[in-house]
Design a protein around this ligand. Structure first.
Ligand code: IMP
Length: 413
């Protein structure tokens, strides 16, 4: 059985913890889109690991981590992440596709330059510009480093094409030397991951697909243009791995009990000032990649219903329920209205200031739940809150996370 773990909001839903928790039942853990813009935090025995490019499941010995074609790879950052794990005595089993597009130094520069005029609030890791080159058919893939001549020609084309913005800032020879040296160091991990994964499926070996970012940041179905540049929805798996979509049997959606977003862009249920600050402090809502404070707000079930539909979610995980424990009243958005008429979440809404969220209010449970182990031990108010989510989304909640540690997870039968 193959499982996809997908974020249903604007990323940072706590997918890293859930992947780490479930990885023991899967042979392969696959990152298939995005790059080192992700920040998946895993807490094991008091040690906090933050994964950016490596799949979070690699902390489990004998599991095989895979970075497939859909991921954009910065080899320097990849090696840094591997070195950090080595320091803790962990040497992951890892395959990286030769078909991954490379993040080049000029992509990071262009990311910064683009942000000056078009404020998206990117992570400045060069992600967007690397994907622009991919669809622009001038991207450079890891396999191009197998032949110095091929790499040099492609690099030259890119430097020439982009000179209107780079203005001679990057030297071809320096990049060639740097990337060929990096290539030698990542060589042991390189493989035909499409072949390996499809063979694993034929052999009945279970695969876990680890989504990065969230549905509302999807390049096609998110709050465009305030999105990332990859397909964060379940469709990203097929195009990012070469595995047919009918091989993905279970699609698990991960959602916080409230909402956060980093960077610019629409956020109908955002709470400003004290109320937002309260969630930020209690939920430690600061970006795992950039350290930026996350914007916080109430749970948006209109957006969640959309995300559930887009991904075909058949199992739900609610994270950070404990963060709501000291609130006397909890609001949930159940409807959007524009000019007093109900409307659905749509990726093409251009003036989000016209969208009015309609809320229903729940009484809070006003007691800590971070030590609760069984669903039956949760306060009635918390159960009612979860039941309303299930009813609105039409999907059962299978896991509830009440703290960062592996053992702070409630499994429902
Ligand atoms: P980029 O992916 O760096 O191009 O950034 C585009 C948008 O996606 C920005 O709003 C980022 O804050 C957001 N973003 C990218 N990666 C993540 C993530 O892992 N969690 C949350 N937001 C992210």
């Amino acid at each position: 059985m193959n499982l996809a773990i997908i974020g249903l909001q604007w990323g940072d839903e706590g997918k890293g913890k859930i992947v780490d928790l479930l990885a023991k039942d899967y042979n392969y853990i696959v990152r298939y889109q995005g790059g080192n813009n992700a920040g998946h935090t895993v807490d094991v025995d008091g040690f906090e690991f933050v994964f950016h490019l490596l799949p979070s499941g690699v902390l489990h010995p004998k599991k095989i981590g895979v970075i497939s074609e859909g991921v954009v790879v910065n080899p320097k950052e990849l090696l840094k992440e591997l070195a950090l794990l080595e320091e803790k005595g962990i040497t992951p089993n890892l395959y990286i596709s030769l078909g991954c597009h490379l993040i080049m130094p000029y992509h990071i520069f262009i990311d910064g330059a683009m942000e000056e005029s078009q404020k998206i609030g990117t992570t400045m890791r060069g992600i967007g510009p690397a994907y622009i080159d991919k669809v622009g058919r001038c991207g450079i893939r890891i396999a191009d480093l197998l032949d110095k001549k091929v790499f040099a020609e492609k690099l030259e084309l890119n430097l020439l094409q982009k000179d209107y913005i780079l203005k001679g800032k990057f030297k071809k020879e320096e990049i060639i030397n740097e990337y060929l040296a990096l290539f030698e160091r990542i060589k042991p991990y390189l493989a035909d991951t499409r072949y390996i994964l499809n063979k694993a499926i034929t052999d009945g070996e279970p695969i876990l697909f680890e989504g990065a970012q969230g549905t509302l940041l999807d390049i096609a179905f998110g709050t465009y243009p305030y999105v990332t540049s990859s397909h964060t929805t379940v469709g990203g798996i097929s195009v990012g791995t070469g595995i047919p979509s009918n091989k993905i049997s279970e699609i698990m959606g991960v959602m916080k009990a409230y909402t956060t977003r980093v960077g610019e862009g629409p956020f109908p249920t955002e709470l400003k000032e004290e109320e937002g600050e309260r969630l930020r402090m209690k939920g430690r809502e600061y970006g795992a990649t950039t350290g930026r404070p996350r914007r916080c707000g109430w749970l948006d079930l209109v957006a969640a219903r959309y995300a559930t539909q887009v991904n075909g979610i058949n199992s739900l995980v609610i994270t950070k329920l404990d963060v709501l424990s000291d609130l006397p009243k909890i609001k949930v958005c159940t409807e959007y209205r524009i000019n007093n008429k109900p409307c659905e979440f749509q990726s093409w809404i251009s003036d989000w200031s016209k969208v009015e969220p309609v809320y229903i209010e729940f009484p809070g449970w006003m007691k800590e739940i971070d030590k609760v182990k069984e669903y039956s031990e949760l306060p009635k108010e918390a159960k009612d809150y979860l039941a309303a989510i299930e009813e609105m989304l039409g999907v059962k909640i299978d896991l509830i996370s009440v703290g960062p540690r592996r053992d702070q997870t409630i499994k429902r039968d």
